[in-house]
Design a protein around this ligand. Structure first.
Ligand SMILES: Nc1ncnc2c1ncn2[C@@H]1O[C@H](COP(=O)(O)OP(=O)(O)OP(=O)(O)O)[C@@H](O)[C@H]1O
Ligand SMILES: [Mg+2]
Length: 234
């Protein structure tokens, strides 16, 4: 079954149109699908539209065969699309444990089992369960944000620049975790580290000036002259 089907999506803020006729497909057996493109091109806007936070002006979004174009954010989470937003959005004066519990607000029954799985994947979160989220290091906060997303038991997990603002070594740790997560959950990955994202991706989309200008397998995109010239210098 198709996990996500986006057709001719147009999105804007007031008079400013940001996304133009965006279409994309994510298959249920995709591990990682990457969305790359320059700053300000509409990647986060697309994530917010898919997760029901921003309303499209036209177009269609189908999640697991269901038309969710008019669904609100809670309904989309309950269908299994969970987004970890750029900038992490943690509750800084709440503990690691409390942040994780917030992530499970729709799945109270399975909370304990899911928590064990998340602690197993991110041992540092288990060690620091009682520490305030705001006092974690940048890398730890990113792990917590991803862990909180997993607490919602996603089928499709969207990560908006999970390596943002992290030193290269920490960014690499995050990519390793993403690879691990993608064994069980399909990951939609928005990234500035274009080479690393395309390397992980089964398929990838390039968004430029609010339009999808190129799509293909991760490997095809890595070999594309335009992608190499514009985004893989060095
Ligand atoms: N709430 C908003 N109101 C008005 N304009 C907005 C709003 N959010 C985003 N924009 C504008 O929409 C455009 C796309 O922004 P968006 O955040 O989607 O880009 P992005 O590709 O995620 O960029 P980055 O790589 O820097 O995160 C930008 O010009 C931005 O200023
Ligand atoms: Mg963004």
């Amino acid at each position: 079954m198709t996990m996500l089907e986006v057709e001719d999506l147009n999105v804007g803020y007031g008079d400013l149109q940001v996304l133009w006729d965006v279409s994309m497909t994510i298959e249920a057996d995709d591990d990682v699908v990457a969305l790359v493109g320059p700053n300000g091109t509409g990647k986060t806007t697309l994530m917010k539209t898919l997760s029901g936070i921003v309303e499209p002006t036209s177009g269609r979004i189908e999640l697991l065969g269901e038309d969710v174009s008019a669904y609100d954010a809670d309904e989309i989470v309950s269908l299994g699309f969970v987004q970890v937003s750029e900038g992490r959005n943690l509750f800084g004066d709440m503990s690691v444990y409390e942040n994780l519990r917030m992530g499970a607000y729709q799945h109270r029954d399975e909370f304990k089992d899911t928590l064990e799985e998340v602690y197993e994947m991110f041992p540092v979160l288990a060690e620091r369960r009682d520490q305030d989220a705001g006092t974690l290091s940048g890398g730890e906060q990113q792990m917590l944000a991803i862990g909180r997303g997993l607490m919602a038991q996603p089928k499709l997990l969207a990560l908006d620049e999970p390596s943002g603002a992290l030193a290269p070594q920490l960014a690499e740790r995050v990519f390793e975790k993403i690879e691990e997560i993608s064994d069980d959950v399909t990951v939609l990955l928005v990234e500035q580290h274009v080479d690393r994202a395309l390397d992980l991706a089964d398929s990838a989309y390039l968004l430029e000036n609010g339009r999808i200008t190129q799509a293909g397998t991760g490997q095809e995109m890595l070999e594309s002259d335009h992608v190499r010239d514009a985004y893989l210098s060095g």
